[in-house]
Design a protein around this ligand. Structure first.
Ligand SMILES: C[S@@+](CC[C@H](N)C(=O)[O-])C[C@H]1O[C@@H](n2cnc3c(N)ncnc32)[C@H](O)[C@@H]1O
Length: 287
């Protein structure tokens, strides 16, 4: 794009009315709060969609999304553009250390895994898949040592494009760097086209994870099974206190007795303290 065009795009701002319309829609659908201070972020992310669809201004794009019949299908892309998907393999790695100790402790106490029920983990807000694949690597390692251990992972997100990346399980080598070398050798494959520097998650890992679209604000929790651990990290940070409290209460119903809820490093439980015991900062056990 020429410099003149770029300048024109940058000077094209969202009106207050359009900003509010976008923010209200996003909060209504996903719980994500977009206060006034996020105006530039909203504009820069929507500009990409505006350009892709060929609209000459942001307001034309917003009008298309909210007032035309065809625009309805674009709403999912608008939502996608405004969710923050930052994630990493082994992000906040002390949570995976905790998981290792927790499993060691459980297996030593019971000598064999206590039931034929698989150990169930839910990665709620899994983004592009780095979190559930990290879990799959850790749990596969444990299964390697204790073959009677059986597990499955549910990985959900509201963002369809993130889920597509997660499902494909293909990443750049740089993204895979936080995975220890030995584990990379065991569970990842280099892409055949060496020049593209891509790695693919092994079939073994992909088989352990069930990916699904799920809106944490919805009321559809009842059809989910019960979990030993729920990872919901760096998701609720964008929600109102009321939404956080509702979601952690629903998680409580979906945890097995003494199940764990793990949240992100900058998060804590709001309300519902009576439902959980805090074991460590960001790690809670169902009472
Ligand atoms: C910052 S990422 C966190 C990814 C991962 N849990 C981690 O900590 O690395 C937040 C994810 O939450 C998802 N999300 C936001 N609102 C959601 C909602 N209402 N229901 C389900 N997922 C949501 C976003 O699409 C995004 O992928």
């Amino acid at each position: 794009m020429g410099i003149a065009n770029q300048m024109a795009f940058k000077s094209d701002r969202l009106s207050e009315k359009d900003r509010r319309r976008v923010a209200e829609f996003v909060t209504h659908c996903s719980g994500i709060q977009l206060p006034d201070s996020k105006q530039s972020l909203i504009e820069s992310r929507l500009r990409k969609r505006q350009r892709t669809l060929g609209f000459s201004s942001l307001s034309d794009y917003v009008r298309y999304v909210f007032t035309s019949r065809e625009g309805c299908n674009e709403r999912i892309h608008l939502l996608d553009a405004l969710t923050t998907n930052k994630t990493d393999f082994y992000r906040e790695s002390n949570h995976f250390e905790f998981l290792r100790h927790y499993l060691e402790h459980a297996i030593r106490n019971h000598r064999v895994w206590p039931s034929t029920e698989p150990f169930r983990v839910w990665s709620a807000g899994c983004s592009t898949g780095e979190e559930p694949y990290t879990l799959a690597i850790e749990l596969s390692e444990f299964q390697y040592r204790f073959p009677q251990f059986n597990f499955d992972i549910l990985a959900t997100d509201i963002s369809v494009s993130s889920l597509e990346t997660a499902f494909n399980g293909i990443y750049t080598m740089e993204r895979a760097n936080p995975i220890p070398e030995l584990l990379r050798k065991r569970y990842l494959y280099r892409s055949k086209e060496r020049s593209r520097n891509l790695v693919a998650m092994s079939e073994q890992l992909r088989r352990c994870i069930h990916f699904a679209e799920f809106n944490l604000l919805s009321n559809n929790y009842a059809h989910l099974s019960c979990f030993d651990i729920i990872f919901c990290r760096n998701v609720m940070i964008y929600f109102s206190n009321q939404d956080r409290a509702n979601i952690t209460r629903r998680f409580h119903h979906r945890l097995k007795p003494e199940g764990m809820l793990i949240v992100g490093h900058s998060e804590s439980l709001v309300g519902n303290q009576e439902l959980y015991q805090r074991l460590q900062p960001t790690i809670y056990q169902k009472k």
